[in-house]
Design a protein around this ligand. Structure first.
Ligand code: IFM
Length: 450
């Protein structure tokens, strides 16, 4: 029996209904491209090849074979009626190990961008979505300050090559994940685990961002330039002062650590509570480079976390019972999204915001040609409403990107978790637009603006 398809409705009288508000879909190079043999190996290739690191033992060698099917994928993006596509460039596909341009990799991105532009789809490029070339990791990766300068040179070459094809650049995607997950607790590539590593990697990443910003501005004065940060708002388990202090500390450690330097040129005050050996090495002038003004801030939001005081640590995570969760175990909490946007707006002199990622993992199963992913549609509905509420409260939000265009390699979870609004059958590479993709399209296409 087929059930009626659930719909998505944009809030009445909202900026979300205006043609200027951009709707998009997002992906990242390692998660979709495949064709690993035509690029430099990255830290994720090495990590995937290390037994026990990826839940299903998979890798990104084929992924969604987007390098092969990119024309079909652009047609798919167009069919969703979106205004913009957020993609990331693989550093090791664009540049050879000696820093020269890899002609076939460059041509792939140029063709992709030209096709998107021809179809009137704006191109949002992220220069670094976690796939550091392994040859740079072999020299210390993000623990080596020189990687920040290598990144600046890569940003320089990329932005000269792409020119006006790109509407908006983001230097980094989610430096928290690269630094904390990759170098502090080691559950992401390159799998290093030491607090001092995490804090140093974070500093070098932010420095890389700041160095690249001035290069981007010089090479592409008409583009928008910014960074994408992820936020997992931290709530106290109770209203006790101890739990509140624990949540504040966690927030400083995980969230503010990455945004505060961008707008104030300083790390949160908890920096001084760290052992001296764990504090990052900061050179004179670094903080001013990091605080280079932004044209926009990309905000990624999925869920929140709950914290309580602990006798042995500054905070302890708590898992609530009886809350709705997605297939990856993350609590569904749209209220925290509104509160996050409003609190950032209150704390910092923000430039316009784009919601560069938001979405849900659900355990999708196609039935014939249909994927009825109702939980994802409800998730998008409640989170678009949350964005609307933040706009009503005065936050300047200019666009929203669904994560993700299609199911893809979900890092340490391999292919077990599906975030796409398009289903991917990996053995055949067949794509099926899920009900959420159709609902997203129907909600946004009536705005005639192209
Ligand atoms: O798939 C990731 C993406 O690469 C970065 N942000 C979170 C998504 C879901 O985990």
């Amino acid at each position: 029996m087929t059930t009626n398809r659930m719909t998505l409705t944009l809030p009445e009288d909202s900026r979300l209904r205006q043609p200027e508000f951009l709707y998009g879909v997002a992906t990242a190079s390692f998660q979709i491209e495949g064709a690993a043999e035509t690029r430099q190996p990255s830290i994720w290739d090495r990590f995937c090849a290390t037994p026990g690191k990826i839940r299903d033992g998979s890798n990104g060698l084929q992924a969604c074979e987007h390098v092969r099917y990119w024309r079909e994928d652009v047609a798919l993006i167009e069919s969703l009626g979106v205004d913009a596509y957020r993609l990331s460039v693989s550093w090791g596909r664009l540049l050879n190990a000696d820093g020269s341009i890899n002609e076939s990799g460059a041509q792939f991105y140029l063709d992709l961008m030209d096709e998107l532009n021809r179809k009137g789809i704006r191109v949002f490029v992220t220069l670094y979505h976690w796939d550091l070339p392994q040859h740079l990791e072999d020299k210390g990766g993000w623990l080596n300050r020189d990687t920040a300068y290598q990144f600046r040179d890569y940003a320089d070459k990329a932005s000269r090559l792409f020119g006006s094809r790109v509407y908006a650049y983001a230097t980094l995607n989610e430096p928290f994940c690269s630094a904390y997950l990759g170098y502090e607790i080691g559950i992401h590539a390159p799998g290093k685990a030491k607090r001092s590593y995490g804090r140093q990697a974070a500093h070098n990443l932010l420095l890389a961002h700041g160095l690249a910003m001035s290069v981007l501005r010089k090479n592409c004065p008409d583009g928008l330039h910014g960074i994408v940060l992820n936020f997992t708002p931290c709530y106290p388990l109770s209203s006790s002062p101890a739990d509140k202090a624990a949540a504040r500390y966690a927030d400083d450690y995980f969230n503010q650590w990455f945004i505060r330097p961008l707008f104030t040129g300083e790390y949160p005050a908890i920096l001084s509570s760290l052992e001296e050996a764990d504090r990052p090495h900061i050179e004179p002038g670094d903080m001013a480079i990091i605080a280079e003004p932004l044209d926009y801030l990309g905000v990624n939001y999925y869920t929140r976390e709950i914290y309580r005081a602990s006798p042995d640590a500054p905070f302890e995570t708590v898992q609530l019972d009886n809350v709705e969760r997605t297939d990856i175990g993350w609590e569904v909490c749209p209220e925290a999204f509104t509160e996050l946007l409003c609190s950032l707006h209150k704390k910092y002199p923000l430039p316009p915001i784009y919601i560069t990622e938001n979405g849900a993992a659900t355990a999708d199963e196609p039935v014939g040609e249909r994927v009825a992913d109702e939980q994802r549609i409800r998730y998008y509905q409640s989170h678009l409403n949350a964005v609307h509420k933040a706009i009503e409260a005065g936050v300047d939000i200019r666009g929203y990107f669904a994560w993700s265009l299609m199911d893809n390699f979900e890092w340490a979870e391999g292919y077990l978790k599906r975030f796409g609004i398009v289903y991917v059958d990996y053995p055949t590479q067949k794509r099926i637009i899920k009900d959420s993709g159709l609902a997203y399209r129907d909600a946004i296409v009536w705005r005639s603006h192209k």
